[in-house]
Design a protein around this ligand. Structure first.
Ligand code: IMP
Ligand code: MG
Length: 187
């Protein structure tokens, strides 16, 4: 196995496990949206790696678009929860389209709920959520997750697009950061 970067404690899902699971979820999505106008919406930057792998594995025609958000204080702890704003909007309208929001992780649910509410106001034909990781033990607001690759426990993870201080997004696996290297307020 390739050497892990410094500050990585252990691998939770290997690159092979991630790829295999993405193929399965892509097949589910291809079946569910067959014959419809699917648009994947990625949330920059965390979902980019997942979105591109998923899009390559989906067998029906699709469009992609991206938006970027900034959340005040990172992961909403301490500061007012759910303080999110759109820093870069979609390029195109989504009116009357079947839209699937692609997330890296649904944690407390605040970010996803904000995005769902914002996108729902633009009149899509349908609006679903697909996430690479789902950490339901930390959920504060309920959001309807339609597709997810993996449920994960309450440990901060990096890789496959997920970062710690903007690092580790390019790791192919999903890994737990060494707690000694981790300052929770800097997420
Ligand atoms: P939520 O609003 O609490 O659901 O948080 C969602 C955002 O927090 C994600 O899009 C990530 O950017 C970030 N986040 C939450 N947990 C982790 C983690 O374990 N690793 C990296 N980023 C995380
Ligand atoms: Mg982040």
């Amino acid at each position: 196995m390739t050497r892990l970067p410094d500050n990585i404690e252990r691998v939770v899902f290997t690159e092979e496990q991630v790829s295999a699971r993405i193929q399965e979820v892509a097949a589910e999505i291809s079946a569910k949206y067959d014959g419809r106008d699917l648009k994947l919406i990625g949330v920059l930057k965390g979902s980019v790696f997942f979105l591109t792998a998923l899009a390559r594995a989906i067998t029906i025609p699709l469009k992609i678009d991206f938006l970027a958000i900034s959340s005040f204080g990172g992961r909403p702890q301490g500061a007012t929860p759910g303080m999110v704003r759109i820093a870069k909007d979609l390029d195109d309208p989504i009116h009357d389209e079947d839209v699937l929001l692609i997330e890296d992780i649904v944690d407390t649910g605040f970010t996803t709920r904000y995005l769902l509410q914002t996108l729902a106001g633009r009149g899509p034909r349908s609006l679903g959520i697909c996430t690479l990781l789902d950490r339901t033990v930390r959920r504060i607001v309920q959001v309807p997750v339609d597709f997810r690759c993996f449920e994960i426990p309450d440990r901060f993870v990096v890789g496959c697009g997920l970062d710690y201080k903007q690092l580790y997004r390019n790791l192919g696996c999903i890994a737990v950061l060494d707690p000694a290297a981790f300052e929770p307020d800097k997420r």
